[in-house]
Write a protein that binds this ligand. Structure first.
Ligand code: NCD
Ligand code: ZN
Length: 333
């Protein structure tokens, strides 16, 4: 049977929520990933050192073997003094959500000009600014493109601030990344590499693929695949796996977020194999992100086998992407 063994991956963009289901999601991640950068858009959000440390401890207690890398959420009225404190407490990023751009982002930032002192402090501390790059007031397919103008201004105003544009979804963002300094990087998800608007709503509506930014056109997907599979030096993996309870996804007001952790590595292996780029997978999922964040490479390995398996219907009350479907690559337990 064909197998693939790689250095155990890192997920540099993950939602684990909190409360009783968090352990299920964290353990699912631990099967494929050694470390995960856990997003702070919980309810309440992660905004202070004690809360962040407690969240890290809770995750690592629930999922032995998974190292939680921590993040804090930028709020409009946040004092700049919090930045060195968060850094000391181990925060890897400060996350900027434009207000209203996505799930649990109502309390986000309306313009980067709202938080000059915080951004200055982050630049001084060398702390990474991670951005959900969408302007929610724009039409849905133009939100990311529109944000690139603001991003350009952030880069100009804070020339030493390391920045990650999260979950790239369109060609324009790739082109943008060609013109930015080396300390500006991007993450790419599994779903933006594999699906388009037609998968989301070309036939019957698939709420489990509804996420922000929304998956886009085939030309965008193709450009992302070409960039990632050719070993683009500025792109690394972040799943943006975002579980929501089944009842809430399959309802009249479906929240944004695709639960992809259980299928991420099997789907990536299949894609990279099809693109004749299996030898590039490890760099994308296990090396480039760690290098950017200055983290040592993981020592453990992950083996995938080419053996069909069926994606479970439910994990921790949430429906994984492609539930009930058969995938060709499987994580070896
Ligand atoms: C994420 C979530 O559910 O927390 N949703 C999503 O559609 N990606 C938030 C986010 O990263 O946008
Ligand atoms: Zn996210």
């Amino acid at each position: 049977m064909k197998t693939l063994t790689i250095r155990k991956p890192d997920d540099f963009h993950l939602h684990l929520r909190q409360g009783e289901r968090m352990g299920d999601y964290a353990r699912e991640t631990a099967r494929s990933f050694a470390r995960a950068l856990v997003m702070p858009n919980t309810l309440p959000p992660v905004t202070d050192p004690a809360g962040m440390e407690a969240y890290k401890k809770a995750i690592e207690t629930e999922a032995p073997g998974l190292e939680a890398l921590m993040a804090f959420k930028l709020l409009p009225d946040m004092p700049a003094g919090i930045v060195p404190e968060m850094k000391k407490a181990g925060a890897v990023i400060g996350k900027l959500y434009p207000a209203g751009a996505t799930t649990n982002a109502e309390d986000g930032i309306s313009s980067y000009r709202q938080i000059p002192d915080v951004l200055e402090a982050m630049e001084a501390e060398g702390m990474v600014l991670s951005i959900h790059g969408e302007h929610p007031e724009k039409p849905v397919l133009e939100r990311e493109i529109s944000y690139l103008t603001e991003l350009e201004q952030i880069i100009r105003d804070y020339p030493k601030l390391p920045i990650v544009l999260e979950h790239l979804s369109c060609r324009e963002s790739l082109r943008f990344l060609e013109q930015t300094p080396d300390h500006v990087r991007g993450t790419v998800t599994t779903h933006h590499l594999l699906f388009t608007l037609d998968d989301l709503m070309g036939g019957s509506l698939n709420p489990h693929l509804f996420c922000k930014p929304v998956v886009k056109k085939e030309e965008d997907r193709r450009a992302l695949v070409d960039a990632v599979c050719s070993g683009h030096p500025r792109l690394f993996y972040g799943s943006d796996s975002a579980p929501h309870l089944k009842e809430s996804k399959e309802s009249g007001s479906c929240g944004a977020g695709a639960f992809t952790s259980p299928v991420a590595l099997p789907l990536l292996a299949e894609l990279f194999e099809q693109e004749d780029a299996l030898d590039r997978l490890e760099d994308f999922v296990s090396r480039k992100g760690a290098d950017f964040y200055g983290l040592p490479l993981n020592k453990e390995s992950l083996t995938l086998v080419k053996e069909p398996w069926t994606v479970p219907d439910l994990i921790g009350g949430a429906v994984p992407l492609l539930a009930g479907e058969t995938l060709s690559w499987k994580i070896s337990s």
